[in-house]
Design a protein around this ligand. Structure first.
Ligand code: HEM
Length: 131
């Protein structure tokens, strides 16, 4: 699958479903274990299973792969769905720390790693809803 410019999608460059699974699994493992991310871990349900599944499904479409989240849950309205949680700069940075660790574990291609990190930083910053 390619995008309109016929260039490979982020999903393809990452290596597809198996790699994305690894990325989201690693992401929540870090959230569950890093001391720095205790505040955002505490916002989540006791089991991180559903969060992991939903992030996997969302990122699949976001990276240009199958639109799994859309097909199952409809429009993500991510900013609205995050409103109940107090997301300030610190929460954003905690989320990005989990993602940085996960990317460094799973994505060895430095330029791809950096591209995904920068793009997700934009999404995470957009989620901020507290000063
Ligand atoms: C900026 C810091 C962020 C924090 C603190 C945060 C926190 C949360 C929390 C607490 C939930 C609810 C989980 C549960 O019910 O147990 C959630 C759901 C979710 N988050 Fe985030 N999030 C952040 C950023 C992001 C970003 C950048 C993305 C996407 C790239 C994302 C994607 C999702 C998705 C897809 C869900 C599931 C929504 C649903 O209920 O259908 N989050 N997030």
């Amino acid at each position: 699958m390619t995008n309109q410019e016929n260039e490979p999608t982020l999903y393809e460059r990452l290596g597809g479903e198996a790699q994305l699974r690894q990325l989201t699994q690693s992401f929540y493992q870090h959230m569950d274990t890093l001391s720095e991310t205790k505040p955002i871990r505490g916002m989540h349900a006791k089991s991180l299973h559903m969060s992991e599944e939903k992030l996997f499904m969302f990122l699949s479409g976001w990276m240009g792969g199958p639109s799994l989240y859309w097909e199952k849950y409809g429009h993500p309205r991510l900013r609205m769905r995050h409103m109940p949680f107090a997301i300030d700069e610190s929460a954003r940075d905690q989320w990005m720390l989990c993602m940085k660790n996960a990317l460094d574990e799973v994505v060895k291609d430095e330029s791809l790693n950096d591209e995904i990190y920068q793009a997700l930083y934009g999404v995470a910053d957009f989620m901020r809803n507290r000063p």
